[in-house]
Design a protein around this ligand. Structure first.
Ligand code: HEM
Length: 464
């Protein structure tokens, strides 16, 4: 009764056959035009509400946060991430989540998010990216693996202060783990698992994903064992040490299996998102060379005489800031956020939504919303600049979502994106190869959007 309107579902499958599952974003947009900004769908048998546009999203995720901040349960994604403990990303809106959220934010701050020590960790990785690119000068390269390795390595330095060689077995395992498990959770076998619970214990291909999660857990457990041998209580060196200190304080929700779940989520959540944003950045900067040059001019002026960039420099770089934000807007890396779930019966924009309804926050609908942007569909840094050329951030900029569940790694991600892009643009010119044809900016849909594979040419600046 009074449930939001939507297309008519068929038994068991719901509306999935009415969506293009290789990229449902255009379908979701079309349905919003037909049914309005709050409409319903059935994902298999489960009632789901899609929320579109800034106004409705703020109403749900901020004004009615307590009702809209749960997470769905009993899906493949839950069973993969939460086999032994609830973690934080997929945890319900409860005490364990609150305590871990507070701990996560505090720990990342103490490690210097916005201060020096986090910067030092990121800059260490940047030197390695620069070395790799220097060896590729003049050649055509595929930057996908490099950026995934770099993003993964930065998170490893935060989590357990280790910088592995890119060809170390530990580093090689994770991109495969992230790619294969996202593909399955999001694809045919994930849906089969979610819609037909009676098939879950059969030896079907989704068991491969659970094995990969187990293998990741074993790798983190090895690091944990090492870390316990060398730590000094009360003198943390990294996130894992801080967590072990917290366990010793005796809180109920902190224990070793939960530590491994949280580490898995932070590593997973912080790698593909950041790497795909960096890939989007190179794709656009190569194809908008005037924008690339304008960034370089600003970077050269502000960093004149300095060895390395620092995050503080962003205040002197309004144009670069605008370009990075515009890249995040166009990249639209997490278009449907992470699904939420209602924790109680509630109302939204005049509709009734029962407890336990899956909520899809359509962030994509806000990042391109007519009326919120000067140039909604165009790659144009002017979207983030006022008449005086100062950097401004419109309210509709929410690639990290909004409300209490907003991305926990936002501060780290913003620092990484700024330092990596400024450092690389200072040193290199990125060139779209002459024989590469027209660029294709339409990404590949998944838990995150990924730019299509491409090659790029790198040239040392000042040598053309
Ligand atoms: C450009 C990079 C990133 C983007 C676009 C991004 C985006 C998002 C989005 C949209 C959500 C869902 C928020 C919601 O449910 O409403 C999220 C959640 C989360 N992200 Fe990120 N993220 C990025 C980087 C990171 C990094 C580097 C980390 C780890 C250090 C991280 C850790 C998390 C965690 C733990 C959550 C769950 C928060 C919660 O449920 O309370 N993310 N992120």
């Amino acid at each position: 009764n009074n449930f939001p309107p939507g297309p008519w579902p068929i038994p068991i499958l719901g509306n999935v056959l009415q969506l293009n599952l290789t990229n449902p974003i255009a379908d979701l947009e079309r349905l919003a035009k037909q049914y309005g900004n709050v409409y319903s769908l059935f994902i298999g048998p489960r009632p789901t509400v899609v929320i579109n546009g800034l106004h409705a999203l703020k109403e749900a995720l901020i004004n009615k946060a307590a009702a809209f901040s749960g997470r769905p349960e009993n899906l493949m994604i839950n069973h993969a991430f939460q086999k032994k403990a609830p973690g934080v990303v997929m945890a319900g809106f409860n005490t364990s989540w609150k305590e871990h959220r507070r701990f996560g934010v505090m720990t990342m701050k103490n490690f210097g998010l916005g201060k020096q020590s986090m910067e030092v960790r990121i800059l260490t990785e940047i030197r390695r990216i620069i070395e790799c690119l220097e060896q590729s000068v003049g050649k055509k390269i595929d930057p996908h693996l490099l950026f995934h390795n770099a993003a993964s390595s930065i998170i490893c330095q935060v989590l357990f202060a280790k910088q592995f060689d890119y060809d170390d077995e530990f580093m090689k395992f994770f991109p495969v783990f992230f790619r294969e498990s996202s593909k399955q959770i999001n694809g045919f076998w994930g849906m089969t698992y979610d819609f037909f619970p009676m098939l879950r214990s059969l030896p079907l291909p989704f068991q491969k994903t659970f094995k990969l999660f187990q293998a990741a857990h074993e790798r983190y457990s090895d690091i944990l064992a090492d870390c316990k041998k060398t730590r000094v209580p009360g003198k943390p060196r990294h996130f894992m040490d801080c967590y072990l200190d917290e366990i010793e304080k005796g809180g109920d929700t902190f224990y070793e299996d939960q530590l491994c779940s949280v580490i898995t989520e932070l590593h997973f959540g912080g790698t593909d998102t950041t790497a795909n944003t960096l890939l989007t950045a190179c794709l656009y900067l190569m194809n908008y060379p005037q924008i690339q040059e304008k960034c370089q001019l600003e970077i050269d002026t502000v960093l004149d005489g300095k060895d390395e960039a620092s995050f503080e420099d962003r205040h002197q770089m309004p144009y670069v800031q605008a370009v990075i934000h515009e890249i995040q807007r166009m990249g639209n890396i997490t278009p449907l956020s992470v699904f939420h779930c209602t924790t109680q019966d509630t109302e939204l924009m005049g509709f009734s939504i029962p407890r336990g309804t899956i909520i899809i926050p359509n962030l994509s609908s806000v990042l391109f919303e007519e009326g919120q942007w000067k140039y909604p569909r165009e790659f144009n840094p002017e979207n983030f600049l006022n008449e005086k050329g100062e950097f401004v951030k419109p309210e509709a900029f929410m690639p990290f979502s909004t409300g209490p569940r907003i991305c926990l790694g936002e501060a780290l991600a913003r620092m990484e994106l700024f330092l990596v892009l400024v450092s690389l643009l200072r040193k290199f010119k990125f060139i779209w190869p002459e024989d590469a044809g027209e660029p294709d900016f339409t990404p590949v849909f998944g838990i995150t959007l990924t730019p299509r594979p491409y090659h790029m040419k790198v040239q040392l600046r000042g040598t053309d």
